[in-house]
Design a binder for this molecule. Structure first.
Ligand SMILES: Cc1cc2nc3c(=O)[nH]c(=O)nc-3n(C[C@H](O)[C@H](O)[C@H](O)COP(=O)(O)OP(=O)(O)OC[C@H]3O[C@@H](n4cnc5c(N)ncnc54)[C@H](O)[C@@H]3O)c2cc1C
Length: 491
């Protein structure tokens, strides 16, 4: 007797098919629906928001221009200050701000309505609910537990996709398809070119499985930081204590002396894919979580580089890395309990619902955004929005610390519409971290606010293309920019 369930084949039609309901995908779906299209959103998991919510990456970086630190020591201070900083020019608004305002209204994000901080903290659990409400209100047809497994392709045109779940195999014919899978799965299946990893060795940035620890007495941890000027510089210690007293977000950096001690005793978990750990360069941050209108200084989320040299599009490699990262999370909790003051009675509450992938495929589009475009703050005729977050590239082999570079020129660059059009493929758009950008430029455009912005641009362009009866590549740029500006985006 077969264990497989007989799958009925269904055929459906839609205007816009969005594959992937993550950071970019949910915004793409809302934008397309609000601009008059019938929209189907297919998500393989059981929630929307992707890495933003299920991945527990609970900071939107950045709806503003972000200043880069002046020095390695200054970086420590800046990292914690970004989260409460309204200082620099805000560049991203529209659906991203509207979503954030709904989170702010119900005490599920820190800050004040109508604006965002340079690193906007929010509650990733409530985010799932708010996103679902917004998507359903926009009239989007959502399919959870369903994976896109094949495409309806003819002569270089994507005409929809096949989605499968346990009961059904469904052919969804679509006028325009948007790849918001993070990994560029649809584009790759359609035959679009892609790049992966750094230009030298093709290595991707490290991955992370966020984990949360409860029962932390953080004030004792902060007292330790203040009492150890040899380990934590004075300005950083003073800043973090002041922010704590003001009830503002804070970032706690690695306890290097403790790590050195644990490494010597073989009690510090070595990240997956590395042979040893370098306490001087490791990237690791811990933050109190924001719940019901205030920071919970006993509930700490941890973000560390945990798995190196993994190809996220290879399911076997990703499985091994996931097992490796959960092992690191459990052993990190033990390290914290034993070595870090304030954590003695702390426990692992949970690891994130999904692993955090910083980069994988970067789809080759009609234009590839470059490091130089980003760092010089280049403006484009076909810009779909301004962006000015710092470039954040994590070291691919654990030997150097993370690079934070500032966008120059006027403090922002345009993301060109052409970088959302997979080269040589028709009726397909790409949004999110896999848009057409080189390795360093992707270190900027992978940030959540940029993903939301490219999501909004693709959803809007798809709806406009359908209205005009043209394929997305032929959308009139001025019309697209006009609609985006009417919807409160700055171009
Ligand atoms: C550890 C870590 C820390 C980060 N820190 C920050 C930060 O502090 N601030 C910041 O702004 N950014 C940060 N980023 C970057 C940012 O969070 C991500 O780049 C961004 O959220 C990716 O958005 P996306 O829409 O491209 O992909 P995702 O949000 O991952 O969404 C992709 C969705 O597609 C679905 N999917 C994939 N394939 C299929 C398929 N075949 N069928 C159906 N569904 C499918 C997935 O399940 C997922 O829900 C961080 C990233 C990581 C990994």
């Amino acid at each position: 007797m077969s264990l497989t369930i007989q799958k009925a084949v269904k055929k459906l039609q839609t205007d816009v098919l969005v594959v992937g309901g993550g950071t970019a995908g949910f915004v793409a779906a809302i934008a397309a629906a609000r601009n008059g299209a019938r929209v189907t959103l297919v998500e393989q998991r059981d929630h929307l928001g992707g890495t933003h919510s299920g991945g527990m990456v609970m900071m939107i970086r950045s709806m503003r221009h972000m200043r880069a630190p002046r020095s390695a020591e200054h970086k420590k201070v800046m990292i914690t200050q970004y989260e409460s900083s309204f200082d620099d020019e805000q560049l991203v608004f529209s659906i991203a701000q509207e979503y954030l305002d709904r989170m702010l209204e119900i005490g599920s994000a820190w800050g004040s309505k109508g604006q965002a901080t340079a690193r906007q903290l929010f509650d990733p659990e409530i985010a799932k609910w708010v996103i679902e409400q917004m998507v359903v209100e926009a009239g989007v047809d959502v399919w959870f537990y369903s994976q896109t497994t094949d495409l309806l392709l003819s002569n270089g045109s994507v005409n929809g996709a096949i989605i499968e779940n346990l009961q059904e195999r469904i052919e969804i014919a679509a006028k325009v398809t948007i790849d918001a899978t993070g990994d560029g799965n649809v584009c790759a299946a359609a035959g679009a070119g892609f790049e992966m990893g750094d230009p030298e060795a093709g290595l991707c940035q490290p991955m992370t499985l966020y984990f949360v620890m409860g029962g932390v007495a953080l004030d004792r941890t902060l007292a330790y930081i203040k009492g150890h000027p040899d380990e934590f510089n004075h300005e950083y210690a003073e800043t973090i204590l002041r922010l704590r007293q003001e009830g503002k977000p804070i970032t706690v950096l690695p306890f290097k002396a403790k790590i050195r001690e644990a490494v010597e005793r073989d009690e510090y978990p070595i990240p997956y894919g590395l042979e040893k750990v370098n306490p001087e360069t490791l990237t690791y941050m811990a933050r109190p979580m924001f719940r019901n209108g205030s920071f919970r200084y006993d509930l700490i989320s941890h973000n560390m580089d945990m798995a190196y040299n993994v190809d996220a599009t290879d399911r076997h490699a990703l499985t091994r890395a996931t097992i490796g990262m959960r092992d690191v999370a459990v052993r990190m909790a033990a390290f914290y309990r034993k070595y870090v003051p304030g954590y003695e009675d702390a426990y692992l509450v949970h690891t994130a619902q999904s692993v955090g992938v910083r980069d994988s495929r970067r789809i080759v589009g009609d234009y590839t955004l470059t490091k130089d475009d980003v760092l010089s703050g280049r403006h484009f005729e076909d810009g779909i929005g301004r962006y000015g977050s710092v470039v954040d590239v994590h070291d691919k082999d654990g030997k150097q610390s993370l690079l934070l570079a500032e966008v120059g020129g006027s403090g922002w660059f345009h993301i060109p519409y052409r970088s959302l059009l997979p080269r040589g493929i028709r009726n397909l758009l790409v949004a999110g971290r896999c848009i057409s950008a080189d390795y360093v430029a992707q270190g900027c455009t992978r940030s959540q606010a940029a993903c939301m912005m490219t999501g909004q641009a693709t959803g809007t362009a798809a709806a406009l293309a359908i209205k005009a009866g043209v394929e997305p590549r032929a959308v009139e740029i001025a019309a697209l920019q006009r609609v985006l500006m009417q919807q409160n985006q700055i171009i």
